[in-house]
Design a protein around this ligand. Structure first.
Ligand SMILES: *Cc1c(COP(=O)(O)O)cnc(C)c1O
Length: 366
């Protein structure tokens, strides 16, 4: 069976350096908020072309804490609205409701699966305080248009970069550097994956960064003094050390995936299969290679019978989830169609040429 994502093999390619990092941490005697975190934060800030990168416990916390910090700074308040794509992974939406703000679900562009900028303004109300674009599957949103709308209506932009580490626009500007603040996930299967849970926030805003650093550490900016009723959402030394190892090779791994993707795009020729569309090479970092087809279950079974494992991202849209009964009445036909038709093919830096040949061949015979 060709695995959808062979994490074991991927992490084996880093094994030697991960063990060196592990030994460095265990022998340091210092496991929380130390040198490893400081080093990773500095390097990740450079990678993301921002002033501050702040490690947190996971990607959901990154988004929750950004919104929470804007509440503490008096910029957002409960009941305010945030515009978010209706077809995102549910965490983007949970971050808004966790803060008692209101997610306003907006349809994506069927071509890119990203928030459709032409539908944003009609959803802006007096209560709108932010836009939360998600660079879904690894493809950068149209940030020029989103930023222009945000400026016009004086809205914050919070990027969800959980799937898009290193995606760039035509000028070389990178995901996580466009908005006022951005949330990243280092969940093991993400483009940059830890060996456990981890996340980060990027921003150029000094005041926001100070507030976030306190919030993630019990609300304390100085030991035993608490400015806020904070949480514990720290990124520990061990994960930071592992992430520093993997960050060094992130762009290289993305290039390997790009080469595989270019073969998929050029060689899969089947009218039953809708391939992804990209603006340009650098704008997509291929967290996932997502195709669409009319009879998804049939295709998934066929691929499985031919030893190819696939995954659905995602089977149920957030507004049809039990957790969001209040949105069940919404009609979001584009999102619903996407959720019915998408299927993600195997894609990783450890796929072999023979495996790629087989996947292309089987899809062309479908
Ligand atoms: C993974 C993901 C998150 C949440 O990240 P975790 O580290 O799993 O908490 C948020 N948004 C999107 C789009 C994601 O894919």
């Amino acid at each position: 069976m060709i695995k959808f994502l062979d994490l074991l093999s991927i992490n084996q390619t880093y094994r030697k350096d991960l063990i060196i990092a592990f030994e460095r941490v265990i022998d340091s005697g210092w496991y929380i908020m130390g040198k490893e975190l400081a080093t990773f934060e500095k390097d990740f800030a450079v990678y993301c072309q921002v002033k501050h990168a702040i490690g947190v416990a996971n990607g959901l916390d990154a988004l929750i804490l950004i919104i929470r910090a804007y509440k503490e700074l008096g910029i957002f308040k409960e009941g305010d609205e945030i515009i978010v794509p209706a077809n995102t992974y549910i965490a983007s939406i949970l971050a808004i409701s966790a803060n008692n703000l209101v997610p306003v679900l907006v349809e994506p562009d069927i071509k890119t699966y990203n928030l459709d900028p032409s539908l944003i303004e009609q959803n802006v109300t007096e209560r709108t305080v932010a836009i939360l674009p998600v660079h879904l599957y690894g493809q950068l949103c149209n940030m020029d248009e989103i930023l222009a709308i945000a400026n016009k209506h004086n809205l914050k932009v919070i990027e969800d970069c959980a799937q898009s580490h290193g995606a760039k626009d035509t000028t070389g500007k990178v995901a996580g550097s466009f908005g006022n603040a951005s949330g990243f996930s280092f969940y093991p299967g993400k483009n940059l994956g830890a060996l456990g849970d981890a996340g980060a926030i990027t921003t150029n805003d000094d005041e926001l960064a100070e507030t976030l650093k306190a919030l993630l550490n019990y609300g304390s900016h100085e030991k035993y003094k608490n400015l806020f009723k904070g949480v514990n959402s720290r990124l520990d030394e061990l994960q930071a050390a592992f992430l520093s190892v993997k960050l060094q090779r992130l762009d290289y791994d993305t290039e390997i995936k790009r080469k595989i993707v270019n073969r998929y795009l050029a060689e899969i020729k089947n009218p039953k299969i809708k391939l992804p569309e990209i603006a340009h090479q650098e704008s997509h970092v291929w967290h996932l290679f997502v195709i669409r087809t009319e009879n998804r279950q049939h295709l998934q079974n066929y691929l499985k019978d031919n030893d190819i494992q696939t995954v659905i991202h995602y089977p149920i849209p957030p507004h049809k989830q039990e957790a969001y009964k209040e949105f069940a009445h919404l009609s979001l036909p584009i999102s619903e169609k996407i959720h019915e038709q998408v299927i993600s093919l195997p894609l990783s830096s450890v796929l072999t040429n023979e495996e790629v040949d087989h996947i292309i061949d089987i899809l062309n015979k479908y």
